[in-house]
Design a protein around this ligand. Structure first.
Ligand code: GAP
Length: 503
């Protein structure tokens, strides 16, 4: 991985319209991003590829689209209200607030060197690593607050009740109470109308288990898939869209008979790992990492992460393994919890064997934004075209299924009817639903390079021979080879190229 790769990717993402800082003209908002014209296509292609391979090409998976705000009892039953929190710590030296579980580890009692107030020109200080065994990730100080749990769910209120007005009305009562009583009073006022933005899409699939089952299309083993926004008030956000507060998930809950769960867990772990490879991700930058017992979420019997080697900068250098997707064996935890809290029997009756059971669930849970970022990083390449001339091209080697623009169409020159012919080619391709782009400005070589930089797999050029014999050139992004093909039937030609690129 070349030095400064991440910075170059961030620069390209902004310059060519993949990812922008949200509300940039107002100074931006921490860890909030917008997708530009090419980024929205890339992310949409990632989601479409997921839906196509997880739902449309299978007879055992159906889709769902649930609301982001759900009944607050959903989060009581799922354990998110009580347990979905991160350990938060404040650094007393540089004032950074960070997650204890992500902080750099160090031997308790050993010496740690840091700068006063975390400033580069601050006085050099010597401290001791506290018994918790970590230091501040920003300045290295061991002078830290105690850990406190911070719930990651965003709370808002639903309906015409204004909790603020109720709090104002209660101020006199609150004044005479001790801290604990005040907290309870305030919690009861806020709690009357409190609802939460979902922190995962998964719960929508569990609470609709009976609806999907009774609508008659499925029986175990079957899956319910959903793509949609989730929200977490993340303390530590970093590296573009890797960890943000608003993000999209692509999750599937696969309901199976208990006893067959371990087999299905293996199946889905392999299936999901291979999915990234099938979309061209470099195998050496992918791995499956099973969770240690102590890492497992409260609901999981087993979990494995598909990890990608991101080009992130860190104190050890460049590049680090990070989660792309998790595949968990959630057992019957969620269905049983929702049965308990809702009073509804969430089980399956198998008519042939007259057996009733609560299905186990295998959950492949991926992030659309994180996958899009990984595909972008993976596609990035700098290729030496001519060493002597110091000619290096930047190319995004996207799989054709993911490429935002599939075909660029150029007239060789802006005369002799070539622009009209080239526009005709583009219109035909657009009519076929193949995202295409017309460009007539600048030298042809520069136009090819501009398309390489945004990952367009094919460029079509209309030239003098087109006028003579009706053929056009097709230039391949990766090999830079060119071939002549007939102009006639060009829509079908690229439809086939896209189809065969699936492998
Ligand atoms: N239903 C299980 C679940 O939500 P998770 O590991 O917390 O599991 C699944 O999330 C995936 O969602 C992650 O692997 C990651 O790709 C994505 N994801 C989670 N939190 C994210 C965040 N703050 N920003 C971007 N993507 C996130």
């Amino acid at each position: 991985m070349a030095e400064g790769t991440m910075q170059k990717i961030v620069g390209l993402a902004k310059r060519r319209g993949f990812i922008f800082q949200s509300s940039e003209i107002y100074g931006g908002l921490k860890a909030c991003y917008d997708y530009g014209p090419l980024g929205v296509e890339l992310k949409r292609n990632v989601k479409d590829a997921w839906w196509d391979d997880m739902v449309h090409r299978r007879s055992d998976v159906v889709g769902l689209d649930c609301s982001i705000i759900m009944h607050p009892d959903v989060w009581k039953a799922s354990g998110h209200l009580a347990g979905f929190s991160d350990p938060l710590v404040d650094c007393r030296n540089c004032k950074e607030r960070f997650r204890a579980d992500k902080a750099p580890r160090a031997e308790p009692g050993s010496v740690t060197i840091y700068r006063e107030n975390g400033r580069k020109d601050g006085k050099k200080l010597e401290g001791v690593v506290p018994p918790q065994g970590y230091v501040c990730p920003v300045c290295g100080s061991g002078d830290l607050s105690d850990e406190r749990q911070f719930n990651l769910m965003f709370r808002t209120s639903l309906g015409p009740v204004d909790p603020m007005q109720e709090i104002v009305n209660a101020i006199d009562d609150l004044a005479g109470m001790d801290t604990q009583a005040r907290r309870e009073k305030l919690a009861s006022i806020i709690g009357q109308s409190a609802v939460y933005l979902r922190p995962e899409t998964a719960q929508g699939m569990f609470v609709n288990f009976l609806n999907v089952l009774n609508s008659g299309r499925v029986k175990p083993p079957f899956g319910v898939a959903q793509v949609g926004k989730s929200y977490r008030n993340e303390i530590t956000t970093s590296n573009l869209t890797f960890r943000t507060c608003e993000f999209e998930q692509m999750e599937m809950e696969y309901f199976v008979e208990p006893g067959t769960d371990e087999e299905w867990y293996e199946y889905w772990s392999q299936f999901r790992f291979n999915w990234y490879k099938s979309l061209g991700m470099r195998p050496e930058r992918l791995r499956l990492r099973p969770h240690e017992e102590c890492e497992l979420a409260h609901y999981a019997k087993a979990c494995v992460d598909v990890e990608y080697f991101y080009p992130f900068e860190n104190p050890e250098g460049e590049g680090e393994w990070g989660e792309l997707e998790g595949i968990a064996n959630r057992t019957d935890y969620d269905l049983k919890k929702h049965s308990e809290y809702s009073g509804k029997e969430l089980s399956y009756f198998e008519t042939e064997s007259k057996k009733r059971y609560t299905p186990y669930v295998i959950e492949p849970a991926a992030g659309a934004d994180r996958a899009t970022l990984a595909f972008l990083c993976d596609a990035y390449d700098e290729e030496v075209v001519d060493k002597e001339k110091n000619d290096v091209r930047t190319v995004l080697r996207f799989h054709p299924r993911l490429a935002p623009i599939k075909v660029a169409v150029f007239p060789l020159v802006k005369k002799d009817g070539m622009p009209e012919l080239a526009r005709g080619v583009m219109d035909e391709l657009l009519g076929e639903g193949i995202n295409s782009f017309y460009d007539e400005s600048g030298a042809i070589g520069r136009r090819y390079r501009r398309m390489d930089e945004v990952g367009t797999p094919w460029c079509v050029t209309v030239d003098n021979e087109t006028l003579e014999n009706g053929s056009v050139t097709v230039r391949e992004r990766d090999s830079m080879q060119q071939a002549r093909i007939p102009r006639e039937g060009i829509g079908e030609y690229f439809r086939n190229r896209l189809k065969t690129s699936r492998g």
